[in-house]
Design a protein around this ligand. Structure first.
Ligand code: TXA
Ligand code: MG
Length: 347
């Protein structure tokens, strides 16, 4: 069904009250509103209304066994959705919220089954983006929201990405500028004795270990993934995406460079995502196919831009995208998790 999609620009610094109310009223009446968050844009509906939640799955073509995160505007609101918040989880919420982390806890009966796809747990998150928080607060509804992309596409970090994917499929899209983190939230299951990191994100494993001590890390390649969304191929660009690993930077770059030359000889259009240091290893004639030229190790910048870049390279119709791996630590763990899913091979 084609919908009339309202486009609203709202600034984070001083969110326009009338526009926030417009969005909150839509949420209250069971409609779909795309809102900005610090991680990625979210496709929101009233989390307590199963009919509204159903529309989310239809709008983004999402498999019905991939549960949604519920966004709240306070710890008290989260408390009303779960059986209990253990002390150390509350401590973590106080420390990391509002911010890019989702806690999976045992749910109570208020949450409809289609939010959690029948699981007895629910993921809750208090975003730091002011616009998101205001819409939740003014509507008075917890908001269920997956990333606001069509299923399988890279997550949206700009309103333009959302318009490309969902215009005509949702009731409103709020343009609140670029997402600052640019990667989806960390998801940690704290419903069990030993917490399980289900998805790495902006709040790092190293941070979480300081509070929780030992944390298990879910294996997304396991036959029966702990985290339902893990089994789907995500973030896929149209181009063939290859990663290059090695014991040293030199080894990685040599492999990448050889592949670049081989593919070019075959007449392919090849883009490289690399640092300034890597670019120096190529001659100037190839600079126009080089993206993301910050200093090596600036992973916050890479994380905030990677989804935007994958979409951009698709628009430019590259045949191949080549990128070196980064260290699986800090925010690098989240970046590697996403690019491993998006790529088809690691050399
Ligand atoms: O940053 C984010 O988390 C963004 C913004 C909009 O908040 N949302 C987001 O949602 O990335 P989505 O639907 O693309 O990813 C949600 C993932 C699911 O695929 C699943 O892996 C995990 O969160 N999840 C949600 N509820 C869960 C539960 N009860 N048990 C285990 N995993 C859950
Ligand atoms: Mg998603």
């Amino acid at each position: 069904m084609v919908k009339d999609t309202a486009l609203l620009k709202i600034t984070d610094k001083r969110p326009d009250k009338a526009k926030i109310k417009f969005c909150a009223d839509l949420i209250k009446s069971g409609k779909l509103v795309v809102f900005p968050s610090e991680t990625v844009y979210g496709l929101g509906a009233n989390a307590l209304c199963s009919e509204a939640v159903k529309k989310i799955f239809i709008a983004k073509g999402r498999p019905s066994d991939n549960p949604l995160i519920v966004h709240v505007s306070s710890i008290e609101m989260a408390e009303g959705l779960v059986k209990k918040i253990p002390d150390r989880v509350r401590e973590a919420m106080n420390l990391f919220w509002p911010g890019p982390i989702t806690f999976v806890l045992e749910k109570n009966d208020k949450i409809p089954d289609n939010v959690t796809c029948g699981l007895n747990t629910v993921g809750v998150r208090l975003p730091s983006n002011k616009i998101a928080r205001k819409i939740i607060e003014i509507s008075g509804c917890p908001i269920a929201a997956p990333s606001a992309n069509l299923s399988g596409k890279p997550s949206p970090t700009k309103a333009k990405h959302v318009v490309d994917d969902l215009f005509g499929r949702v009731d409103a899209i709020v343009d609140g500028g670029n997402a600052s983190v640019g990667l989806e939230s960390t998801v940690i299951d704290v419903s069990k004795k030993t917490p399980v990191l289900l998805r790495p994100g902006g709040i790092t494993l190293e941070h979480l270990e300081e509070i929780f001590g030992k944390i298990d890390i879910a294996n997304s390649n396991a036959k029966k993934p702990k985290c339902p969304g893990m089994k789907y191929r995500h973030y896929a660009p149209k181009a063939t995406f290859y990663l290059f690993d090695g014991k040293t930077e030199r080894e990685k770059i040599s492999k990448l460079k050889k592949m670049f030359k081989d593919l070019q000889k075959k007449g392919k259009r090849v883009a490289i995502i690399g640092s300034q240091e890597t670019r120096k290893r190529f001659s100037e004639e190839y600079y126009e196919d080089f993206y993301m030229m910050k200093e090596r190790g600036n992973l916050e910048f890479l994380g905030s831009k990677i989804f935007n870049l994958l979409r951009k390279l698709d628009r430019k119709e590259y045949d191949y995208i080549l990128m070196g791996t980064c260290k699986v630590e800090g925010i690098g763990r989240a970046i590697m998790n996403r690019v491993e899913k998006a790529s088809s091979k690691i050399f």
